[in-house]
Design a protein around this ligand. Structure first.
Ligand SMILES: Cc1cc2nc3c(=O)[nH]c(=O)nc-3n(C[C@H](O)[C@H](O)[C@H](O)COP(=O)(O)OP(=O)(O)OC[C@H]3O[C@@H](n4cnc5c(N)ncnc54)[C@H](O)[C@@H]3O)c2cc1C
Length: 395
């Protein structure tokens, strides 16, 4: 038996960023399927702490890949943004979809398998050593020699830590609870309303409290949580647990009655390092959005940029990935992400309630001029092809 397994592309992590990278490669050329291995320490369906909100941005990336949105989801038809007694809403059919991440990520993994990509689950990566000719990756079960490694291993990225990647400070903090609800009486379920409450943003919370209606194993639960971006790391930290306790009390819920969970989100810095020779970062390992904490769409979007970068690296036999950052910055999604970073730095610096209230009013007038006031507006595209069918027919 050989001492190692050779593979062209080893993707570490089978969340949306890892699976999207594989699927974009296969979309480009079905022959890639047999040259990719995805490893994940978890076995799907696995738990992933997340609000599960997938906006039209992520839905469009899936549609452009050729994937109809199949996972079960709750359709949010109104997104209400609240600051004290000010509020405005986006309407749409739907504005976004709330998924359960165990189901959503499982679907992505099954889709990878259907197009022929090998996904090895329950196999944690323990060691990574780049060399001039390959990257040695030691997992619990084997040693890989990979020509290219895609680190899609999330905010707490093992690869970043093992390779002593800089930029550890750009990390948002999140807390979440799931509360069982009565869907018949709860207006958020009846009318499909998700709430982002920014009331505490001038009191030290660099983010918001959220209420996302969601269906867990067929039963209605409210996904409630706090997002603290820390976009302004120089300002004192809010006491997150107490903030969540207070927010729940206002909604007649008691924090101690529920299981509290927390997880970070790493956020984007356009000047950060996104690649070293033979290793590239995607998804939360690279960085997501500090304004709203949106990460699923960007995770899917990284795949759209990483796939052609990898394809070209093999075509040119140049695995330096010196152009990867430039490719990211040239993609409209990451231009938007950069704008969100700037907005987060401005918004979460504001201390004056008067100024924030004024901002709320200006946006609420502006929004009236957009399609987001039409409850029948469908922001998401419909896929023009079916990726799985087209790959299966071509092989
Ligand atoms: C509380 C909370 C709420 C959120 N709500 C939303 C929301 O509503 N909408 C939204 O868009 N985003 C939300 N996000 C952000 C979103 O969850 C992430 O941005 C997204 O999951 C990033 O995807 P990813 O593929 O980069 O990483 P992940 O989804 O984290 O996947 C990483 C994968 O890597 C695997 N892995 C890790 N280490 C190893 C290892 N050593 N070896 C092998 N495998 C490994 C893990 O098992 C995992 O499967 C939320 C995040 C949190 C914490």
């Amino acid at each position: 038996m050989p001492e190692f397994e050779s593979v062209d592309i080893l993707i570490i992590g089978s969340g949306p960023s890892g699976t999207s990278t594989a699927l974009h490669l296969v979309r480009q050329d079905p022959a890639w399927a047999k040259r990719i291995v995805i490893v994940d320490k978890a076995i799907h369906p696995r738990e992933k702490l997340c609000g599960g909100g997938v906006t039209h941005i992520g839905q469009n990336i899936l549609a452009q890949l050729g994937l109809p949105f199949e996972p079960k989801n709750f359709e949010v038809r109104e997104v209400r943004l609240v600051y004290q007694d000010e509020q405005y809403s986006f309407y749409g059919n739907p504005v976004f979809r709330v998924v359960r991440r165990d189901e959503f990520d499982h679907w992505l993994v099954e889709t990878c398998e259907k197009v022929g990509v090998l996904v090895r689950q329950g196999e944690a990566v323990k060691q990574i050593t780049p060399t001039a000719d390959y990257v040695e990756v030691v997992t619990e079960k084997t040693t890989f020699h990979a020509k290219v490694v895609v680190a899609a291993d999330g905010s707490r990225s093992f690869v970043r830590r093992a390779l002593k990647w800089e930029g550890e400070s750009r990390v948002a903090r999140l807390l979440e609870v799931l509360t069982p609800e009565n869907a018949q009486t709860q207006p958020e379920f009846r009318d499909g309303v998700a709430i982002f409450d920014f009331t505490r943003m001038t009191e030290g919370l660099q983010g918001y409290y959220w209420d996302f209606p969601s269906i867990v194993a067929g039963r209605p639960f409210m996904n409630r949580g706090l997002f603290d971006s820390r976009a302004r790391p120089e300002r004192p930290k809010a006491h997150l647990k107490q903030e969540l306790r207070d927010a729940l009390e206002k909604r007649a819920r008691h924090l101690d009655d529920y299981q509290l969970k927390g997880h970070p989100i790493r956020w984007w810095d356009k000047n950060g390092r996104f690649a070293i020779p033979r290793v590239i970062l995607v998804g939360d390992a690279a960085g997501a959005d500090p304004l709203f904490g949106e990460g699923i769409s960007f995770a899917l979007g990284y795949g759209r940029v990483a796939a052609p970068a990898i394809n070209d690296a093999f075509a040119r036999q140049d695995f330096s990935f010196t152009d990867y950052q430039k490719r990211l910055l040239a993609d409209s999604l990451f231009v938007q992400l950069d704008i969100r970073v700037r907005l987060a730095r401005i918004a979460y610096r504001l201390k004056s309630p008067w100024l924030v209230r004024l901002g709320w009013r200006i946006v609420s007038w502006g929004i009236k001029l957009t399609r987001w006031q039409n409850p029948n507006f469908v922001p998401a595209e419909t896929p023009q092809i079916n990726l799985v069918d087209s790959v299966q027919q071509s092989t």
